[in-house]
Design a protein around this ligand. Sequence first.
Ligand code: PPE
Length: 308
Amino acid sequence: MQTADLIWLNGEFVAWEDAKVHVLTHALHYGTGVFEGIRAYETDRGTAIFRHADHLDRLERSARFYHMELPYTREQLREVTHELIVRNNLRSCYIRPLIYRGYGPMGLFPLDNPVEAMIAVWEWGAYLGEDGKRNGVRAKVSSWRRISPDALYPHAKASGQYLNSVLAKIEASKAGYDEAILLDHNSFVCEGTGENIFVVKDGVIYTPPQTTSILDGINRKSVIAIARDLGFEVVERDIARGELILADEVFMTGTAAELTPIREIDDIAIGAPGEITRQIQQVFDDALCGRAPQYAEWLDFVEVPSKA
Ligand code: PPE
Protein backbone atom coordinates (compact mmCIF):
# COMPACT_ATOMS: atom_id res chain seq x y z
CA MET A 1 0.00 0.00 0.00
CA GLN A 2 0.94 3.61 -0.46
CA THR A 3 2.01 4.85 2.98
CA ALA A 4 1.89 8.42 4.32
CA ASP A 5 4.10 10.17 6.89
CA LEU A 6 1.77 10.53 9.87
CA ILE A 7 -1.13 8.73 11.51
CA TRP A 8 -3.31 10.31 14.18
CA LEU A 9 -3.52 7.98 17.19
CA ASN A 10 -5.34 8.83 20.42
CA GLY A 11 -4.77 12.55 20.15
CA GLU A 12 -1.26 12.56 18.73
CA PHE A 13 0.29 12.66 15.30
CA VAL A 14 2.76 9.77 15.17
CA ALA A 15 5.04 8.44 12.44
CA TRP A 16 3.29 5.89 10.18
CA GLU A 17 5.55 3.06 11.38
CA ASP A 18 5.06 3.96 15.06
CA ALA A 19 1.25 3.72 15.04
CA LYS A 20 1.10 0.52 17.09
CA VAL A 21 -1.17 -1.24 19.58
CA HIS A 22 -0.71 -3.94 22.22
CA VAL A 23 -1.37 -7.49 20.96
CA LEU A 24 -4.07 -7.90 23.61
CA THR A 25 -6.06 -5.00 22.17
CA HIS A 26 -9.68 -6.08 22.57
CA ALA A 27 -10.66 -5.26 18.99
CA LEU A 28 -7.88 -7.44 17.62
CA HIS A 29 -9.40 -10.49 19.33
CA TYR A 30 -13.11 -9.80 19.13
CA GLY A 31 -13.60 -7.30 16.31
CA THR A 32 -14.87 -4.63 18.69
CA GLY A 33 -14.17 -1.63 16.53
CA VAL A 34 -16.16 0.63 14.25
CA PHE A 35 -14.74 2.48 11.31
CA GLU A 36 -15.37 4.65 8.30
CA GLY A 37 -14.08 4.83 4.76
CA ILE A 38 -14.01 8.38 3.43
CA ARG A 39 -12.36 10.00 0.45
CA ALA A 40 -10.93 13.44 -0.18
CA TYR A 41 -10.56 14.74 -3.73
CA GLU A 42 -8.61 17.49 -5.36
CA THR A 43 -10.92 20.21 -6.65
CA ASP A 44 -10.40 23.63 -8.22
CA ARG A 45 -10.75 25.16 -4.77
CA GLY A 46 -8.40 22.75 -3.04
CA THR A 47 -8.82 19.40 -1.36
CA ALA A 48 -12.36 18.54 -0.30
CA ILE A 49 -13.62 15.64 1.83
CA PHE A 50 -16.76 14.11 0.37
CA ARG A 51 -19.74 14.09 2.76
CA HIS A 52 -17.45 14.20 5.79
CA ALA A 53 -20.25 15.06 8.23
CA ASP A 54 -22.36 12.11 7.04
CA HIS A 55 -19.45 9.73 7.54
CA LEU A 56 -18.78 11.05 11.03
CA ASP A 57 -22.48 10.72 11.85
CA ARG A 58 -22.43 7.11 10.74
CA LEU A 59 -19.26 6.49 12.76
CA GLU A 60 -21.01 7.76 15.85
CA ARG A 61 -24.10 5.65 15.12
CA SER A 62 -21.96 2.54 14.54
CA ALA A 63 -20.27 3.12 17.89
CA ARG A 64 -23.65 3.44 19.62
CA PHE A 65 -24.71 -0.02 18.42
CA TYR A 66 -21.75 -1.47 20.28
CA HIS A 67 -22.05 0.62 23.43
CA MET A 68 -19.08 2.82 22.65
CA GLU A 69 -18.93 6.55 23.01
CA LEU A 70 -16.64 8.44 20.66
CA PRO A 71 -13.67 9.59 22.77
CA TYR A 72 -13.53 12.79 20.70
CA THR A 73 -16.32 14.96 19.38
CA ARG A 74 -17.20 14.80 15.71
CA GLU A 75 -15.87 18.33 15.34
CA GLN A 76 -12.53 17.31 16.88
CA LEU A 77 -12.33 14.32 14.54
CA ARG A 78 -13.16 16.57 11.62
CA GLU A 79 -10.45 19.07 12.51
CA VAL A 80 -7.71 16.50 13.10
CA THR A 81 -8.59 14.88 9.77
CA HIS A 82 -8.00 18.21 8.06
CA GLU A 83 -4.72 18.64 9.88
CA LEU A 84 -3.66 15.08 9.06
CA ILE A 85 -4.25 15.62 5.34
CA VAL A 86 -2.35 18.91 5.40
CA ARG A 87 0.56 17.52 7.42
CA ASN A 88 0.83 14.53 5.08
CA ASN A 89 0.85 16.85 2.09
CA LEU A 90 -1.93 14.96 0.36
CA ARG A 91 -4.19 16.46 -2.27
CA SER A 92 -6.48 13.48 -2.55
CA CYS A 93 -6.64 10.45 -0.30
CA TYR A 94 -8.65 7.74 1.39
CA ILE A 95 -9.44 8.43 5.06
CA ARG A 96 -9.85 5.62 7.59
CA PRO A 97 -11.00 6.52 11.10
CA LEU A 98 -11.25 3.60 13.53
CA ILE A 99 -12.75 3.67 17.02
CA TYR A 100 -11.87 0.52 18.93
CA ARG A 101 -11.78 -1.20 22.28
CA GLY A 102 -8.19 -1.14 23.41
CA TYR A 103 -5.92 -3.07 25.74
CA GLY A 104 -7.57 -4.03 29.01
CA PRO A 105 -9.28 -7.08 30.44
CA MET A 106 -9.61 -10.08 28.15
CA GLY A 107 -12.99 -11.72 27.68
CA LEU A 108 -16.12 -10.78 25.86
CA PHE A 109 -17.41 -8.14 28.26
CA PRO A 110 -15.90 -5.05 26.64
CA LEU A 111 -17.17 -2.17 28.71
CA ASP A 112 -14.13 -1.95 30.99
CA ASN A 113 -11.75 -1.61 28.04
CA PRO A 114 -10.74 1.87 26.89
CA VAL A 115 -12.29 3.26 23.70
CA GLU A 116 -9.43 4.42 21.49
CA ALA A 117 -9.29 6.29 18.20
CA MET A 118 -7.07 6.50 15.18
CA ILE A 119 -7.25 8.11 11.76
CA ALA A 120 -5.04 7.14 8.83
CA VAL A 121 -4.91 8.71 5.38
CA TRP A 122 -3.22 7.40 2.26
CA GLU A 123 -3.46 7.51 -1.49
CA TRP A 124 -5.72 4.75 -2.74
CA GLY A 125 -6.49 4.33 -6.44
CA ALA A 126 -9.51 2.66 -8.03
CA TYR A 127 -10.62 -0.11 -5.64
CA LEU A 128 -11.75 -2.49 -8.39
CA GLY A 129 -9.20 -1.20 -10.88
CA GLU A 130 -9.24 1.71 -13.34
CA ASP A 131 -10.34 -0.70 -16.04
CA GLY A 132 -13.19 -1.89 -13.82
CA LYS A 133 -14.42 1.65 -13.31
CA ARG A 134 -14.36 2.28 -17.05
CA ASN A 135 -15.44 -1.04 -18.54
CA GLY A 136 -17.15 -2.84 -15.68
CA VAL A 137 -16.20 -5.77 -13.46
CA ARG A 138 -17.16 -9.45 -13.33
CA ALA A 139 -19.11 -10.48 -10.25
CA LYS A 140 -20.27 -13.73 -8.72
CA VAL A 141 -23.24 -14.27 -6.44
CA SER A 142 -21.65 -15.49 -3.24
CA SER A 143 -22.48 -18.72 -1.44
CA TRP A 144 -22.22 -16.56 1.70
CA ARG A 145 -25.27 -14.63 2.83
CA ARG A 146 -24.92 -11.08 4.10
CA ILE A 147 -24.98 -11.00 7.94
CA SER A 148 -28.56 -11.19 9.08
CA PRO A 149 -30.25 -8.63 11.33
CA ASP A 150 -30.97 -11.26 13.98
CA ALA A 151 -27.25 -11.99 14.41
CA LEU A 152 -25.71 -8.51 14.16
CA TYR A 153 -26.64 -4.97 13.19
CA PRO A 154 -26.07 -4.80 9.41
CA HIS A 155 -26.42 -1.01 9.69
CA ALA A 156 -23.25 -0.74 11.75
CA LYS A 157 -19.90 -0.45 10.07
CA ALA A 158 -18.10 -2.61 12.62
CA SER A 159 -14.78 -4.39 12.25
CA GLY A 160 -15.89 -7.90 13.24
CA GLN A 161 -18.78 -7.79 10.78
CA TYR A 162 -16.32 -7.66 7.92
CA LEU A 163 -15.37 -11.34 8.31
CA ASN A 164 -18.55 -11.88 6.28
CA SER A 165 -17.23 -9.70 3.45
CA VAL A 166 -13.79 -11.28 3.73
CA LEU A 167 -15.19 -14.78 3.15
CA ALA A 168 -17.22 -13.62 0.16
CA LYS A 169 -14.27 -11.73 -1.28
CA ILE A 170 -11.90 -14.69 -0.97
CA GLU A 171 -14.44 -17.02 -2.55
CA ALA A 172 -15.07 -14.68 -5.50
CA SER A 173 -11.42 -13.92 -6.00
CA LYS A 174 -10.31 -17.57 -5.92
CA ALA A 175 -12.99 -18.36 -8.48
CA GLY A 176 -11.57 -15.64 -10.76
CA TYR A 177 -14.13 -12.85 -10.27
CA ASP A 178 -13.53 -9.24 -9.31
CA GLU A 179 -16.29 -8.94 -6.74
CA ALA A 180 -18.97 -10.88 -4.87
CA ILE A 181 -22.67 -10.06 -4.62
CA LEU A 182 -24.23 -11.24 -1.36
CA LEU A 183 -27.88 -12.21 -0.99
CA ASP A 184 -29.63 -11.47 2.29
CA HIS A 185 -31.22 -13.96 4.72
CA ASN A 186 -34.41 -13.91 2.60
CA SER A 187 -32.47 -14.68 -0.62
CA PHE A 188 -32.90 -11.18 -2.01
CA VAL A 189 -29.99 -9.30 -3.53
CA CYS A 190 -28.23 -7.34 -0.79
CA GLU A 191 -24.87 -5.78 -1.69
CA GLY A 192 -21.23 -6.33 -2.56
CA THR A 193 -18.45 -6.99 -0.05
CA GLY A 194 -17.91 -3.24 0.29
CA GLU A 195 -20.44 -1.68 -2.07
CA ASN A 196 -24.17 -1.14 -2.51
CA ILE A 197 -25.80 -2.35 -5.70
CA PHE A 198 -28.14 -0.84 -8.29
CA VAL A 199 -30.05 -2.50 -11.12
CA VAL A 200 -31.41 -0.66 -14.17
CA LYS A 201 -34.38 -2.12 -16.06
CA ASP A 202 -36.43 -0.35 -18.74
CA GLY A 203 -35.14 3.03 -17.66
CA VAL A 204 -36.01 2.58 -13.96
CA ILE A 205 -33.33 2.21 -11.28
CA TYR A 206 -33.82 -0.29 -8.48
CA THR A 207 -31.80 -0.76 -5.30
CA PRO A 208 -32.42 -2.87 -2.18
CA PRO A 209 -34.08 -1.01 0.71
CA GLN A 210 -32.56 -0.53 4.16
CA THR A 211 -34.63 -3.43 5.51
CA THR A 212 -32.50 -5.81 3.38
CA SER A 213 -29.49 -5.78 5.75
CA ILE A 214 -27.50 -3.39 3.58
CA LEU A 215 -25.01 -0.96 4.98
CA ASP A 216 -26.71 2.36 4.37
CA GLY A 217 -24.09 3.67 1.97
CA ILE A 218 -23.40 7.35 1.72
CA ASN A 219 -22.58 7.00 -1.96
CA ARG A 220 -25.82 5.05 -2.35
CA LYS A 221 -27.66 8.07 -1.00
CA SER A 222 -25.67 10.40 -3.26
CA VAL A 223 -26.34 8.33 -6.36
CA ILE A 224 -30.07 8.11 -5.55
CA ALA A 225 -30.16 11.91 -5.26
CA ILE A 226 -28.21 12.39 -8.48
CA ALA A 227 -30.33 9.90 -10.42
CA ARG A 228 -33.55 11.57 -9.27
CA ASP A 229 -32.15 15.01 -10.12
CA LEU A 230 -31.39 13.66 -13.60
CA GLY A 231 -35.05 12.73 -13.86
CA PHE A 232 -34.81 8.98 -13.34
CA GLU A 233 -37.21 7.03 -11.21
CA VAL A 234 -35.39 5.26 -8.35
CA VAL A 235 -37.26 2.48 -6.56
CA GLU A 236 -36.06 0.96 -3.29
CA ARG A 237 -37.42 -2.56 -3.21
CA ASP A 238 -36.39 -6.21 -2.86
CA ILE A 239 -34.54 -7.54 -5.88
CA ALA A 240 -34.62 -11.24 -6.80
CA ARG A 241 -31.39 -12.88 -7.89
CA GLY A 242 -32.75 -13.47 -11.39
CA GLU A 243 -33.37 -9.76 -11.83
CA LEU A 244 -29.62 -9.25 -11.88
CA ILE A 245 -29.44 -11.30 -15.06
CA LEU A 246 -32.53 -9.66 -16.58
CA ALA A 247 -31.14 -6.19 -15.90
CA ASP A 248 -30.13 -3.80 -18.66
CA GLU A 249 -27.40 -2.34 -16.46
CA VAL A 250 -25.96 -3.10 -13.01
CA PHE A 251 -23.54 -0.99 -11.00
CA MET A 252 -22.11 -0.71 -7.51
CA THR A 253 -21.31 2.26 -5.31
CA GLY A 254 -19.00 2.75 -2.36
CA THR A 255 -16.38 5.13 -1.09
CA ALA A 256 -13.50 2.89 -2.10
CA ALA A 257 -15.15 1.59 -5.31
CA GLU A 258 -16.84 4.92 -6.19
CA LEU A 259 -19.25 4.03 -9.03
CA THR A 260 -18.19 0.78 -10.66
CA PRO A 261 -20.30 -0.88 -13.38
CA ILE A 262 -20.78 -4.66 -13.45
CA ARG A 263 -20.51 -6.16 -16.92
CA GLU A 264 -20.96 -9.84 -16.11
CA ILE A 265 -22.65 -11.80 -13.31
CA ASP A 266 -22.18 -15.56 -12.80
CA ASP A 267 -20.62 -15.83 -16.26
CA ILE A 268 -23.59 -14.23 -17.98
CA ALA A 269 -22.96 -10.95 -19.79
CA ILE A 270 -24.89 -7.90 -18.64
CA GLY A 271 -23.02 -5.88 -21.21
CA ALA A 272 -20.71 -2.90 -21.38
CA PRO A 273 -21.60 -0.03 -19.01
CA GLY A 274 -24.90 1.37 -20.25
CA GLU A 275 -26.14 4.86 -20.97
CA ILE A 276 -27.82 5.45 -17.59
CA THR A 277 -24.83 4.13 -15.64
CA ARG A 278 -22.56 6.42 -17.65
CA GLN A 279 -24.72 9.46 -17.15
CA ILE A 280 -24.91 8.98 -13.38
CA GLN A 281 -21.22 8.11 -13.13
CA GLN A 282 -20.32 11.33 -14.91
CA VAL A 283 -22.33 13.55 -12.56
CA PHE A 284 -21.17 11.54 -9.54
CA ASP A 285 -17.51 12.04 -10.53
CA ASP A 286 -18.21 15.73 -11.03
CA ALA A 287 -19.76 15.91 -7.56
CA LEU A 288 -16.76 14.17 -5.96
CA CYS A 289 -14.29 16.50 -7.65
CA GLY A 290 -16.21 19.70 -7.00
CA ARG A 291 -17.30 20.25 -10.61
CA ALA A 292 -21.03 20.06 -9.81
CA PRO A 293 -22.09 23.28 -8.06
CA GLN A 294 -25.51 21.83 -7.23
CA TYR A 295 -23.79 19.34 -4.91
CA ALA A 296 -21.24 21.73 -3.39
CA GLU A 297 -22.81 21.27 0.05
CA TRP A 298 -21.41 17.71 0.08
CA LEU A 299 -17.83 19.02 0.17
CA ASP A 300 -15.83 19.77 3.30
CA PHE A 301 -12.89 21.85 2.12
CA VAL A 302 -9.44 21.31 3.62
CA GLU A 303 -6.85 24.04 3.83
CA VAL A 304 -4.55 23.75 0.78
CA PRO A 305 -1.50 21.68 1.75
CA SER A 306 1.67 23.74 1.61
CA LYS A 307 4.47 22.38 -0.58
CA ALA A 308 7.09 23.49 1.97
N1 PPE B 1 -21.64 -1.93 1.98
C1 PPE B 1 -20.54 -2.32 2.67
C2 PPE B 1 -20.53 -3.65 3.33
C3 PPE B 1 -19.44 -1.46 2.75
O1 PPE B 1 -18.37 -1.84 3.43
C4 PPE B 1 -19.48 -0.20 2.10
C5 PPE B 1 -18.29 0.71 2.15
C6 PPE B 1 -20.64 0.15 1.40
C7 PPE B 1 -21.70 -0.73 1.37
C8 PPE B 1 -20.80 1.49 0.73
O2 PPE B 1 -20.87 2.51 1.70
P1 PPE B 1 -20.38 4.00 1.40
O3 PPE B 1 -18.89 3.97 1.29
O4 PPE B 1 -20.86 4.78 2.56
O5 PPE B 1 -21.03 4.42 0.13
N2 PPE B 1 -17.05 0.02 2.16
C9 PPE B 1 -15.85 0.70 2.64
C10 PPE B 1 -14.74 -0.29 2.97
C11 PPE B 1 -13.93 -0.81 1.84
C12 PPE B 1 -12.71 -1.53 2.32
O6 PPE B 1 -12.18 -2.38 1.58
O7 PPE B 1 -12.20 -1.26 3.42
C13 PPE B 1 -15.40 1.79 1.69
O8 PPE B 1 -15.82 1.81 0.53
O9 PPE B 1 -14.63 2.64 2.12
